[in-house]
Design a protein around this ligand. Structure first.
Ligand SMILES: *Cc1c(COP(=O)(O)O)cnc(C)c1O
Length: 255
């Protein structure tokens, strides 16, 4: 028996089914004071080949996430994928740099940029999108908040979230503000209580909605990954970004 035959085959369809079932169960446990929005699953396909994206698409999945611009641009332009996944919706969930904005917005099927972290990047994305777009269509965006205060993580400080959202609303007519996103610390032990990153993001939303007079039902919370998406939903996530439990583990460090 060769070494390879021991590696389990990834069953994307089964992984998706399990995650979707768990999402429904978590929704039932969510506090009734929270907006009762059915969470959207974003299947994170980074490092994984276009063929697995097509497989997930054919099993019914529509929203996918990538966190490197080059990889998104390449995968979204794969000829097979373009032919078979006409209704695909890509979410950009990685750190966005000014020099990558044009490449990002040229990616076919780009649906949302979840990682607006500064006024400068918002301004640049807005400007380039208006130049690029055909018609009046706005680009959906979320504001990324660095809820854990870790230097390695991108995002605006929680105290600045309202200001940045206000900037997008007032100064970026090409962008359509959809909500707040966080990554947070990895592998928080929930036996210690609710994940503080998720609590902080929900508090940010409260403040943003109060100060800017927005309807909380229309402002998303993107939080939760493979290890904690159910917990995130209980605390109000409306978008969860799940990779490895659908597509299989990635090599360590390569995230
Ligand atoms: C990789 C990644 C995910 C998914 O992580 P998994 O642990 O594989 O579910 C979610 N969000 C972001 C921003 C990521 O980079």
């Amino acid at each position: 028996m060769s070494e390879d035959s021991v590696v389990p085959q990834i069953d994307v369809m089964n992984g998706l089914k399990t995650v979707l079932a768990n999402i429904e169960k978590a929704v039932a446990r969510r506090s009734k004071d929270l907006p009762q929005v059915m969470p959207r699953l974003v299947a994170v396909s980074k490092i994984k080949p276009a063929s697995l994206v097509i497989e997930a698409y054919e099993a019914g999945q529509r929203h996918f996430g990538e966190n490197y611009v080059n990889e998104l641009a390449e995968k979204s332009s794969d000829p097979q994928l373009l032919e078979k996944c006409k209704d695909i919706k890509w979410h950009f969930i990685g750190h966005l740099q000014n020099n990558k904005v044009n490449k990002l917005i040229g990616s076919p099927g780009l649906y949302m940029v979840e990682t607006i972290h500064s006024e400068k990047i918002a301004e640049n994305l807005n400007k380039q999108w208006i130049k690029y777009r055909k018609g009046d269509e706005k680009l959906k965006v979320m504001v990324q908040v660095n809820t854990s205060g870790e230097e390695a993580k991108s995002g605006t400080e929680p105290e600045n979230a309202t200001n940045l959202v206000e900037y997008v609303l007032k100064n970026c007519p090409g962008l359509d503000f959809q909500g707040l996103m966080t990554i947070g610390i990895y592998d928080f032990d929930t036996s210690q209580g609710p994940n503080p990153d998720f609590i902080t993001l929900a508090k940010c939303r409260q403040e943003v909605c109060e100060k800017l007079n927005l309807d909380i039902n229309n402002v998303e919370l993107s939080m939760g990954m493979s290890t904690d998406y159910e917990h995130a939903i209980e605390l109000g996530a409306t978008t969860v970004r799940v990779g490895s439990v659908i597509f299989g583990a990635r090599p360590p460090k390569a995230n």
